[in-house]
Design a protein around this ligand. Structure first.
Ligand code: NAD
Length: 256
């Protein structure tokens, strides 16, 4: 049976303005595409100016530069979106890095760097988005967590990343408790292994790749495009009663 109505109206993001951190490539780029295709006006926010500008031009969206570890730069990026588009309805706080190193010799610098981008950065963006959304009367925040916020990956050591992602999931719940009564929903999406630059080193390592696939009941990694619809759903009115939830999209990795 064919349908002439491909999308239920509650999934439409027409008239909404969105910002996606880490939107220059990988999962973020797919999220930008999904939000755009659902009708939103989208701003890519990324530390990588060149890739951000190029991706924005290719996708027909806008770009604003910011390092999410720098709270003043984050505030300036959100100011730019609001002054350009008039409002901010959706914030996808997705920028992240990984660092694989045994914990017994992990340096203070590397621990801090992972926490600074993956947890401090998400808080800076939630605060920038939440304060503006509360003032305008509503909005939807979607943070990128990870299955690593629920489990400890094997065989690669990545304690700082796992701790940061667990922090993102609980930060999400905490902010949902504070803000949902005033119209701002806060949720997270936790991907399993996805084929991006972030996981390329692991996919190139035969031992890691085998373990990743063996640990995933679906026996494959995801494409970025398989993560984006979960974010679009949580950003939209289709998720009007969802807040503080973590939507795991992991091919079953966390069932065992
Ligand atoms: P990626 O490396 O392909 O893209 C990350 C993007 O974030 C890049 O565009 C990069 O320039 C940007 N970025 C990095 N540091 C930044 C900073 N300080 N400020 C602003 N932008 C910054 O990675 P990805 O795989 O697309 O990951 C996106 C998100 O998904 C991350 O939060 C990651 O932890 C999470 N995640 C990824 C996987 C996976 O398997 N790839 C699994 C679970 C969760």
């Amino acid at each position: 049976m064919t349908s002439t109505t491909p999308t239920l109206p509650v999934f439409s993001l027409a008239g909404r303005t969105a910002i996606v951190t880490g939107g220059a490539q990988g999962i973020g780029e797919a999220i930008v595409t999904g939000l755009r295709d659902s009708g939103a006006r989208v701003f890519i926010c990324d530390i990588n100016d060149e890739a951000g500008e190029t991706t924005a031009e290719r996708l027909g969206v806008e770009f604003v530069a910011a390092d999410v570890t720098d709270s003043a730069a984050v505030e300036a990026a959100f100011d730019h979106v609001v002054s350009t588009a008039g409002r901010i309805d959706i914030a996808v706080n997705n920028a992240g890095i990984v660092h694989n190193h045994p914990s017994e010799s992990l340096s203070d610098h590397d621990w801090r760097k992972v926490l600074a981008v993956n947890l401090d950065g998400v808080f800076h963006c939630c605060r920038a988005a939440g304060s503006r959304m509360l003032a305008q009367g509503g909005g939807s925040i979607v943070n990128t967590g990870s299955m690593s916020g629920h489990i400890s990956n094997f065989p690669q050591p990545q304690a700082a990343y796992n701790a940061a992602k667990a922090g993102v999931i609980h930060l999400t719940k905490s902010l949902a408790g504070e803000w949902s009564g005033r119209g701002v929903r806060v949720n997270s999406v936790s991907p399993g292994y996805v084929g991006t630059e972030l996981t390329q080193r692991g996919m190139d390592n035969e031992e890691w790749r085998r373990a990743w696939l063996a640990g995933t009941p679906m026996n494959r990694v995801a494409t970025p495009a398989e993560i984006a619809p979960a974010v679009v759903f949580l950003a939209s009115d289709a998720a009007a009663f969802c807040t503080g939830t973590d939507l795991v999209v992991d091919g079953g990795y966390t069932v065992w």
